[in-house]
Ligand binder design. Sequence first.
Ligand code: AMP
Ligand code: MN
Ligand code: MN
Ligand code: MN
Length: 274
Amino acid sequence: MKADLHNHSFYSDGVLSPKELVMLASKASCDMFSLTDHDTTEGVIEAKSQAEKIDLSFISGVEISAFWKNSTIHIVGLGIDINSDFLQSGLDFNKSLRKDRAEKIAIGLLRCGIKDALEKAQNISGGHMLTRTHFAQMLIQEGYCKDMKSVFRRYLIGKKPGGVSVEWKSFDEVINWIQSAGGKAFIAHPFRYGMTRTKIRQMLIDFKKAKGDGIEVVNANSSEDEIALGNQWSIEFDFISSCGSDFHGWPNQRIKIGDIKELPNPGKAVWSYL
Ligand code: AMP
Ligand code: MN
Ligand code: MN
Ligand code: MN
C-alpha cells in the first residue's frame, strides 16, 4: 500500500493546485492520497473530483494548528466531512487568528524597515490563506534572506521582528472539530517541534487523554530512528499510524509526493480505520 496522506496545495502554503497534486500522486503510483491544507478545506472538492476521474483513492483532510503548553502543534484530520458546520466554524476561527497574526507580522517587519509586507505576502498567496511561509517567500524574493530556514530563524519566530505568538485552541477542541466531522485526528510530524523525546512523549500522553486517534509515524524527512520510535509510541498509546510526505512543492525541496518510507506496522495503518 502506497499512501501519501499529508500534502499542501496553493489554498494554503503549497505551490500547486489540488488537481496537479492528484496527478503527481498518481504518477508516483500512490494508492491513496489526501490533501491536508493548513486550516482550510477549500481545495478538497477539486482534489476529490480529479481523484475520482483517475480512480485514485482520496481521503478528505486538513492540518489544523493547535496549542499545547505554549507551542503550536499541527493536528492532521483525515476522513473528514468538509460539510460539517462545527468543523468549518473551527477553521473559520483559525483563519481569523491567521488574519490578525498576518497584520501583526507586517507591523513587526515595518519596524525593521520592511514596507508593505502584508500586501506583498498577499500577492504571493494569490489571495488564498496567508501563512508565515508567504512572508518567508516574500523576504527571500526581496533579498533579505537566502532560504526558508534562515528566514524563519531571523524574522518569523519568537522575539524576531515578525515573530507573533498565536493562541490556537487546545487539543480537546481541535480533536472535537475533526471527530465531529467523522474524521480521525493525528499529531503531525512529532519530531519537528524542537522538543526533547521526553517532552514529545508528554505531548502524546495529553493527546491520548484528549481522545486523539493517532500519530504521523512517517513523513518525507523521517529517519529510521524516528520511524521506529514513532511506531513504538503508536503501539504504547494504542494509536493509529499515519504517513504522508508534507509536500508543498516549493523550489529547492527534495520532497516528492509518495516518496516516503514504509509504515513499519501496517496492521495499525490509518487506511484500515477510515
Ligand atoms: P504557519 O502555519 O502560517 O505558522 O506556517 C507554518 C508553516 O511554515 C509550516 O507548515 C512549514 O511549512 C513552514 N515552517 C515553519 N517553520 C519553518 C522553518 N523553521 N523552516 C522552514 N519552514 C518552516
Ligand atoms: Mn506548511
Ligand atoms: Mn505541519
Ligand atoms: Mn503540513
